[in-house]
Design a binder for this molecule. Structure first.
Ligand code: PA5
Length: 426
């Protein structure tokens, strides 16, 4: 279950007006189910959690088997073809423990130093590649994939490439599909009706996560349960994703232009990166859209906190919280008490973090920043599945409420066209 808690609405509108916002948002929710909105060819993600479970056990076990004895598995992809897996993995990983296989990422930018160092790191290692590109033609992952395949060849594995590579791409078209077929690689299909940023519950997210040892069944179960809770049969006032989307619309109408997702747990910082792409690419068109930004608490309170508290009133803030964090680490008692911390001795560090978040929420609210809270019960695969689906649904509704097609990204082509021209591509 996800709790969406909002005590800022009454500052902006009367109850009857808020009710109208909710009813209007429900018509947008319905469009995501009956396909009457723009971009309806890309609604495959809506019911995906209900069907994705069926495909998981067998096919994904084969991927796990292929990769499990590798030292390192490199996931190659960008945007929607990498952020979902990275977000879940980061949320569930222990920051100082190496997993087996170790999971690394490449092809999400064009930094030469990063890729050179990666190749250096992999030189003497047995590594696998999971290459993900729906179009199969995106430049950044294509370059990384070429570099990594070249290294496999230099390691003398030219004849065993299919023991090292999994491809996730279109069923029929694109360079990656052709290559996967030619080399008889293990491959998975990105459904035609699911766009990149909505693809975390397809093989795009699930295969790398399964290989990394994440309980993908629980992740999808969470999404499935959430899809029941925020479907269009749900009463608007009881639908947390709809209420969140309606508040975003209210903020847009009240001339706010930035939404800050305030993470109370650094482990969720890549969830925020995924969320930024989801909302940014879905809504930012036709001169419209809230700019999605994020901060990590308490780190960024020592950098951006001042601006949020007292700067230009551009933004509203959505706190992302976990209600039951691990409480096992407590603050030690110290007889000398030179640091004056004994007043919180024996308290869990996570309790102190929660109080810091509560204090920040109140301070920003007092500073006239509209605030609300999205609260998940626990940081585990099931609750992350709930959260990601919650955001996808809210995003679809929210973009429809702005009057834009959530499922295209025409603006992304502009930089590519210029880059190709500069590189002399024919
Ligand atoms: O959400 C999207 O559609 C994009 O971010 C794409 O996922 C991203 O551009 C990568 O595209 P592709 O999977 O075709 O390589």
């Amino acid at each position: 279950m996800i709790n969406y808690k909002n005590d800022s609405i009454e500052k902006f509108v009367a109850e009857e007006t808020w009710e109208v916002y909710l009813q209007n948002m429900n018509t947008h929710n319905l469009k995501l189910h009956d396909g009457s909105g723009a971009g309806s060819d890309f609604l495959g993600w809506v019911d995906l959690p209900k069907t994705a479970l069926k495909e998981i056990p067998k096919a994904y076990n084969e991927a796990i088997e292929l990769m499990q004895d590798k030292d390192v598995v490199v996931c190659v992809g960008i945007g929607g073809s990498y952020l979902g897996a990275r977000a879940v993995l980061q949320a569930l990983s222990k920051p100082f423990s190496k997993s087996s296989p170790e999971i690394l990422f490449a092809g999400h930018h064009l930094d030469a130093d990063y890729h050179a160092d990666l190749l250096n790191y992999l030189e003497k290692k047995d590594f696998g590649i999971i290459v993900i590109s729906k179009s199969g033609t995106t430049t950044e992952p294509a370059i990384a994939f070429r570099l990594l395949t070249d290294l496999l060849k230099k390691q003398g594995k030219s004849k065993q490439l299919k023991r090292h590579i999994i491809a996730i791409t279109d069923a029929k078209k694109g360079a990656l599909r052709n290559l996967a077929d030619e080399l008889s690689l293990m491959s998975f299909v990105v459904p035609d009706d699911v766009g990149g940023r909505f693809s975390v519950f397809t093989p795009v997210g699930l295969v790398p996560l399964a290989v990394a040892g994440v309980d993908v069944k629980a992740l999808v179960e969470g999404a499935k349960d959430m899809s029941g809770e925020i479907g269009y049969e749900q009463l608007p006032g009881k639908n947390p994703a709809l209420r969140y989307a309606a508040f975003r619309k209210l903020m847009w109408d009240k001339k706010k232009s930035v939404e800050i997702l305030a993470n109370t747990q650094p482990s969720l910082s890549y969830v925020a990166e995924w969320w930024k792409q989801l909302f940014g690419e879905s809504e930012g068109k036709a001169g419209k859209g809230l700019f999605p930004a994020s901060i990590n608490l308490t780190t960024d309170l020592h950098s951006l906190g001042q601006y949020i508290q007292e700067g230009t009133p551009l933004m509203f803030e959505t706190f992302l919280e976990i209600s039951n964090p691990d409480q096992s680490l407590t603050i030690p008692h110290d007889e000398a008490n030179r640091d004056k911390l004994n007043y919180i001795a024996d308290k869990p560090v996570s309790y102190v973090n929660q109080q810091a978040a509560a204090g920040t929420y109140q301070a920003h609210k007092d500073g006239d920043v509209p605030v609300s809270r999205i609260v998940i019960d626990k940081n585990d695969a099931y609750h992350l599945g709930e959260l990601l689906y919650f955001f996808e649904k809210a995003c679809g509704m929210s973009a429809y409420a702005l009057g834009v097609n959530p499922f295209n990204q025409p603006g992304v082509e502009a930089y590519k066209n210029n880059m190709f021209k500069l590189l002399g591509k024919k």
